[in-house]
Design a protein around this ligand. Structure first.
Ligand code: PXL
Length: 283
């Protein structure tokens, strides 16, 4: 069985970061180890939150794993709370690569959405997160994060295919082979993702229905599916399709729920899609 380690915060309530990555990666038939970078009462879009920093735990956990001889097929990083965490995570990538040179590095520069940086982040942090992306094989920014990473204004208009391709090429020039851009919409009522593979110089696009609602945590859900799917050996194009369709199913289930909670989506009721997809894959 493949084994991934994901490094991000645990927001105790909020259906984001570790509370979605762990079940999604598990549903795809992968052992999911975790390094929680911080414990928050809830994510930062609530009116307040507690924050217990676990930065000093990251290196000792990895060093202990190395003494045990544990190796990983992939490392997947998400929301990170400080410059120091970015620096330490960058070092963890180097350490885990020493134990497995084929380690795949997936970085979701989770720092912004809907045209704005998350609470507590600024342009300097965005630059630091961008430098972590240079170490990745695959990055999964949304359009807002892409704009911060490239230092360009957030495009308020519907981008043309040429504009998105240019953004993808410029992001991949950071150094990562594969760039997956989410929140791409070329048609009214459609939204999806477009990827660029630098090695083969190929783009892949997949769009599905655009439901008129915005929810937190969908970027984490999308990135978790892409991470799990490619680690199980799925092609990038198929991983995009699965991730877009799964995210859409989560949003659809949430909108159909009269008791829905504003802070995250009902991903639990869609997990069957992932276990079904996993059955078609060989280890
Ligand atoms: O979904 C991204 C995310 C993860 N973790 C924390 C957050 C957010 C988004 O706001 O606040 C703590």
């Amino acid at each position: 069985m493949k084994r991934i380690v994901t490094i991000q915060d645990i927001s105790c309530v909020g259906r984001c970061s570790l509370t979605v990555a762990l079940p999604i990666i598990s549903a795809l038939g992968i052992e999911c180890a975790v390094i929680p970078t911080a414990v928050l009462s809830n994510h930062t879009a609530f009116s307040g939150f507690t924050f217990c920093d676990l930065t000093d735990q990251i290196s000792p956990i990895v060093e202990q794993w190395q003494r045990e001889g544990l190796t990983f097929d992939a490392i997947y990083t998400g929301y990170l709370g400080s410059f120091e965490q970015i620096r330490i995570v960058s070092h963890v990538i180097d350490l885990l690569k020493q134990s497995n040179p084929a380690l795949r590095v997936i970085v979701d520069p989770a720092m912004a959405d809907f045209g704005k940086l998350y609470t507590g982040f600024d342009e300097v942090f965005a630059r630091e997160m961008t430098s972590l992306c240079r170490k990745a094989d695959i990055i999964v920014p949304n359009l807002t994060e892409a704009a911060y990473m490239l230092g360009i204004p957030y495009p308020e208009h519907r981008c043309t295919e040429d504009e998105i391709k240019s953004i993808l090429r410029r992001l991949s020039a950071l150094g990562c082979n594969t760039t997956v851009l989410t929140g791409v919409s070329f048609h009214e009522n459609k939204i999806g993702a477009m990827s660029y593979d630098r090695e083969t110089d190929t783009f892949a696009l997949y769009e599905n229905e655009h439901l008129a609602a915005q929810f937190h945590g969908t970027g984490d859900i999308f990135a978790s599916v892409v991470t799990g799917a490619v680690t199980r050996g799925m092609s990038l194009a198929r991983a995009l399709t699965l991730a877009v369709d799964f995210t859409l199913a989560c949003i659809r289930n949430t909108m159909a729920d009269a008791d829905r909670r504003w802070y995250g989506v009902n991903f639990e009721s869609a997990l069957g899609m992932l276990t079904e997809a996993a059955k078609t894959l060989q280890d």
